[in-house]
Design a protein around this ligand. Structure first.
Ligand code: HEC
Length: 106
């Protein structure tokens, strides 16, 4: 194998490993910090979620209501009953959570 091919393979597998790690982190953060209101599956069917009119993120129509930038802003600064998460999460973790939410769409 040519050295350049080997180098590309190594870089490629590192990128893969990094994105897998961030996917696991987002799922973990979601379960720890968000699922109490938004539910594990994003449906919002929790006591807290129903009380606060949390929407169902499995719905494409709901997902179309906010942009990634708005989602980042709301997770960072909070909205209504949802508090700010900027003390708990890094900007990268917040971005990963937005991607995670996008993945809930059916
Ligand atoms: C205390 C309950 C609660 C927790 C915990 C919570 N949220 Fe929320 N979240 C809400 C409420 C209430 C809204 C506003 C609902 C609305 O206006 O439609 C909201 C709105 C949002 C929105 C904006 C989309 C929208 O429907 O307007 C996003 C994105 C979001 N939450 C993600 C998260 C993430 C990610 C976490 C965890 C880091 C989290 N939430 C934790 C209650 C919560």
């Amino acid at each position: 194998m040519k050295p350049i091919t080997t180098a590309l393979l190594i870089v490629g597998s590192l990128i893969c490993a990094a994105s897998l790690a961030s996917a696991a982190d987002a799922a973990e953060n979601w379960g720890k910090l968000c699922a109490s209101c938004h539910a594990k599956d994003g449906s919002g069917s929790t006591v807290m979620g129903k009380k606060n009119n949390v929407e169902d993120y499995r719905s494409a129509a709901v997902q179309a209501k906010f942009t990634d930038a708005q989602a980042i802003q709301i997770i960072t600064d909070g909205k209504d009953k949802m508090k700010s998460f900027k003390e708990k999460l890094t900007p990268d973790e917040i971005k990963a959570l937005v991607a995670y939410i996008r993945g809930m769409k059916k």
